[in-house]
Design a protein around this ligand. Structure first.
Ligand SMILES: *Cc1c(COP(=O)(O)O)cnc(C)c1O
Length: 379
């Protein structure tokens, strides 16, 4: 699905030298690379505060702790996403409220959010699934109207942009009150282990969170709040510093691969290619509105599972993200949920398939994959 080795070849000298230097200096935690990466990412994103942490799941949890969400508070998020999003809501004893998504963008459905808002609702967590922003204009409007926090789960869309109705452009993860991301190796900006970060433009919130990530300390050995231990280490920061200047280029390569896939599948009756929903103008040859963390098709003739098997048989990697709606996962079952409220997620779990997507895909590989799929689907 990803070619991390190929990508490493392009930054090998830089990464190896930085890691050797860290080994020599022994500044493994909170070293100069961590601070440098933090400010480089702030500048890249155009956000006032980046707070690095240990992984994307922690980042989400720390966002919710920083906002002071309390047990019983309802948090609305998408039924069709990776479990981390709902997991941290559960861990903090907040009440997860899963809602359906849109069929064409896979992102959280605005009407479904509106319907789910109650007096107990405190926050909405849009997930920018597969690399494309949820409808942030509408989400921010709803949040304002109902006095809710917006926490962006930006684990899959780093480097992407959101083009608002009013023509402004903002980086994914910096639009809501707070954003969380992951630097897991296979993400668009991945390190060589675990890593994550929190983004916000709110000075007070940033201050609170800098304490929370460090055992609730604002002054050494004085613990004002219950915190966690969640750090990005120096080696991961060094890897991320080598990759950050290339992130736009990496995302552009993904866009190009996605365009080639979609072109090859054009006109196929049983295959629906991913929709690019942003107002950037789809005719643009390259745009940063969708950074294609995944390239995800819908197979509409019931042959999705057979296609997975066929690709496996031909040594073409593929993935089903995600095979089970969160509201049907054992850990998150709840009498509050009504099957009729999730028609889209229930459909998507049977139709979606994600194809290899990375920065090193070449035309020959894309041709091979698309021909294999088209021949099989029409057979
Ligand atoms: C990867 C991911 C996370 C969690 O990130 P980790 O760094 O693996 O903890 C959270 N949300 C989404 C949507 C993700 O894809």
């Amino acid at each position: 699905m990803v070619d991390l080795k190929g990508q490493y070849e392009g930054i090998k000298t830089e990464v190896n030298e930085a890691i050797a230097e860290i080994l020599d200096s022994s500044a493994f935690i909170n070293g100069p690379h961590v601070h440098a990466f933090q400010s480089e990412l702030e500048e890249y994103l155009g956000v006032k505060h980046v707070i690095p942490c240990a992984n994307g799941t922690d980042a989400l949890q720390i966002c919710m702790m920083g906002l002071g969400l309390e047990p019983g508070d309802e948090v609305i998020t998408a039924d069709f996403t990776f479990a981390a999003t709902v997991e941290v809501i559960g861990l903090l004893q907040l009440t997860p409220v899963l809602v359906d998504v849109e069929l064409d963008t896979f992102n959280i459905d605005i009407e479904a959010i509106e319907k789910a808002i109650t007096p107990k609702t405190k926050a909405i967590v849009p997930v920018h699934l597969f690399g494309q922003c949820a409808n942030m204009d509408e989400i921010m409007e709803l949040a304002k109207k109902h006095n809710l926090y917006v926490i962006e789960d930006n684990a899959q869309a780093i480097g992407g942009s959101y083009y608002s109705k009013d023509g402004s452009k903002q980086k994914a993860g910096t639009i809501g009150h707070i954003g969380a991301t992951s630097f897991f190796p296979s993400k668009n900006l991945g390190c060589y282990g675990d890593g994550g970060a929190i983004f916000t433009n709110d000075d007070d919130l940033a201050h609170i969170i800098r304490g929370i990530v460090n055992h609730g300390m604002y002054k050494r050995y004085y613990h004002d709040v219950v915190g966690v231990n969640s750090r990005l280490d120096s080696m991961q920061a060094a890897v991320l510093r080598a990759k950050l200047p290339k992130l736009d280029h990496y995302n552009q390569k993904r866009w190009e691969a996605a365009s080639k896939y979609s072109k090859a599948f054009a006109g196929q009756e049983h295959i629906v290619v991913p929709k690019i929903s942003c107002g950037c103008g789809i005719e643009k040859s390259v745009c940063d509105c969708h950074v294609f963390h995944q390239y995800t098709l819908r197979v509409t003739n019931g042959k999705r599972d057979d296609l997975v098997q066929h690709l496996n048989d031909n040594n073409v990697p593929c993935g089903v993200y995600y095979p089970v709606p969160l509201h049907k996962q054992k850990a998150y079952l709840d009498d509050r949920y009504n099957e009729n409220d999730f028609p889209v997620t229930n459909q998507l779990v049977n139709e979606v398939i994600s194809l290899p997507m990375h920065t090193e895909l070449d035309d020959e590989q894309i041709d091979f994959i698309t021909n294999l799929i088209i021949d099989f689907i029409n057979s």
